[in-house]
Design a binder for this molecule. Structure first.
Ligand code: SAM
Length: 280
């Protein structure tokens, strides 16, 4: 039997080869917990080493990936990005009656793309004109994508997720669910938001992406690059960037930066970048 160090190194190698995620040191407790989850989800009754043999041979790939992704997100996370989208980007598309194509590249359980969709509807109201928008939302984790497509969320009255410029009751149906211990409020995304967003599975670590060059007007790539090595962050950013139009906007998470693309972008806000030229 191998030591827990060897076991964890093996997990890191498998995770990297399947997703590109680089787990840093000091992740022993996390790895142990996630291996436990993997065993439970696969209902595998052999030992963990045999389970990893099976993953290496191509079984349980989806369960392995779903167990090791970190999916923390919430509605209007870093809400200044949505304010920028509403006040700077969307009015131009309203004025020109032009369709806007947006991409959310690590959508997790859906709060981020639905926040983009709510922002479009708010901007349409403010501009007095319907903005025609499509939002493609992808993630590598099939469980979160299913959750997102379902569009049902827990809601807490004390939640400060929603910005002051938006009333959540416009966009969700409310349902109270009684459990043995308490009552919880569930909210379901209304159809007008759901029909704007298409969810698909996609691995950012794939060598290329199935989109046309210069296709998207807006790309959100937030709080996902942090899971990759510097070198791999650069590769992902360059691939994403090739699908963004000149003049399009790239939104990155609070501790992410455009790396090698820095000379091709203009910074217009906190981790908000306009593409000024292609990267060669
Ligand atoms: C921490 S969440 C961030 C969600 C959202 N973008 C936000 O900022 O709130 C990171 C997401 O990236 C996804 N992810 C991790 N590796 C990925 C990969 N190689 N390709 C696509 N998505 C990936 C995870 O499944 C997870 O849902």
């Amino acid at each position: 039997m191998s030591s827990s160090n060897d076991l964890h190194d093996r997990v890191k190698k498998i995770l990297y080869s399947l997703t590109g995620i680089s787990l840093s040191e000091n992740k022993d407790i996390m790895i142990a917990n996630r291996l436990h989850k993997l065993k439970r989800d696969t209902r595998y009754d052999g030992d963990i080493e045999e389970l990893l043999d099976a993953v290496e041979e191509g079984s349980f790939t989806m369960e392995f990936i779903n167990s090791f992704t970190t999916n923390k997100t919430h509605f209007f996370r870093e809400d200044f990005h949505f304010a920028d989208l509403k006040d700077r980007v969307l009015p131009i598309f309203a004025k020109n009656s032009q369709q806007i194509k947006m991409y959310c590249s690590a959508s997790s359980t859906g709060e981020e793309p639905y926040s983009m969709a709510m922002t479009v509807l708010e901007a349409s109201e403010e501009c007095g004109k319907n903005i025609n928008a499509t939002i493609l939302a992808t993630d590598i984790d099939t469980n979160v994508l299913q959750y997102a497509a379902n569009g049902v969320y827990r809601y807490s009255k004390s939640s400060k997720e929603f910005p002051s410029w938006l009333k959540p009751s416009k966009y969700f149906k409310r349902r109270v669910q009684k459990t043995l211990a308490s009552e919880e409020i569930l909210i379901k995304v209304k159809p007008e938001l759901q029909k704007m967003v298409t969810f698909k599975v996609m691995n950012l670590n794939d060598p290329s992406y199935p989109y046309q060059k210069d296709y998207f007007d807006v790309i959100f790539c937030r709080n996902v690059l942090i899971y990759f090595s510097n070198e791999d962050q650069n590769k992902i950013l360059k691939k994403l960037f090739s699908h963004l139009k000149i003049g399009g906007t790239l939104y990155l998470g609070h501790s992410e930066n455009p790396q090698d693309l820095i000379s091709c972008v203009e910074r217009v806000g906190q981790n908000i970048f306009i593409k000024r030229k292609d990267f060669y």
